[in-house]
Design a protein around this ligand. Structure first.
Ligand code: CDP
Length: 233
């Protein structure tokens, strides 16, 4: 398992953890790495978003941890990372587009703050990494989910740059959104994610931090790959 695959430059069981706040550019980089190295791509945020969608759809309060857990455990959530964009399927229904709406953005951090929900999600996330090498992105991958990852990155950018990037992502922000309103939404989510008691957003002690303020997506991916290649023996 430790030998590199033919034509690939990392071992097939390589585990790469990518964390960072919204709009930092971590998803684009994580997807590109998975594709380049032939690893499984796991978008852990999509799992919290899917449960948030189901809660709103069924009228379950995002504050009610027990009911959220029951909903999660009695449902079938599938991530299909085979295609370029992860398809998210909840009880057979493709909800990939529904989880990227402003209603989900406003509620997902409340769902993700419940310790019982996090623990159920972390079990699933670790199961993905047991099967084969992965690139997993989120908020707590390097710190909690995969602390023994082969490579850890923490991708950041200033609040203003992140708000600009998010504003450019159509569909994820209301059509009447302004730079100020998007920045306020991101700041709210950052605050909840960083201040929660369990698995707050923070870099792992052994993560390489990359500020992407003046880098485009390709440059971020190149920077990450350069670090990985430098560490692969
Ligand atoms: O794409 P974006 O960075 O905006 O968000 P995401 O990665 O889809 O994550 C959505 C939300 O899920 C975050 O704001 C966190 O509240 C939560 N999350 C988490 O708590 N832990 C993770 N590993 C991933 C996401």
């Amino acid at each position: 398992m430790n030998e590199p695959l033919p034509g690939r430059s990392v071992p097939a069981d390589t585990v790469i953890a990518i964390d960072g706040p919204a709009g930092s550019g971590k998803s684009t980089t994580a997807r590109a790495l998975a594709e380049r190295f032939g690893l499984l791509y796991v978008d852990s945020g999509a799992m919290y978003r899917a449960l948030t969608w189901a809660a709103l759809d069924r009228g379950v309060s995002v504050q009610d941890a027990d009911s959220l857990l029951e909903l999660f455990e009695s449902s079938d959530l599938e991530l299909d990372p085979a295609r370029r964009e992860t398809r998210v399927v909840w009880d057979g229904r493709d909800i990939s587009d529904q989880i990227r709406t402003p209603a989900i953005e406003s509620n997902v951090s409340a769902v993700a703050a419940h310790p019982v929900i996090r623990s159920a999600m972390v079990d699933r996330q670790r199961a993905y990494a047991r099967r084969r090498g992965v690139v997993m992105e989120g908020r707590d991958i390097g710190t909690v989910v995969l602390p023994d990852a082969s490579h850890k990155f923490f991708i950041t950018a200033s609040a203003e740059v992140r708000a600009r990037r998010r504003l450019a992502q159509q569909g994820e922000v209301p059509s009447e959104a302004t730079l100020e309103s998007v920045a306020a939404d991101i700041a709210r989510r950052d605050h909840i994610d960083s201040s929660r008691a369990v698995a707050p957003l923070r870099p792992a002690a052994d993560a390489i931090q990359i500020n992407t303020d003046s880098l485009n997506a390709e440059q971020v991916t190149d920077a990450v790959m350069t670090h990985i290649r430098g560490q692969v023996r």
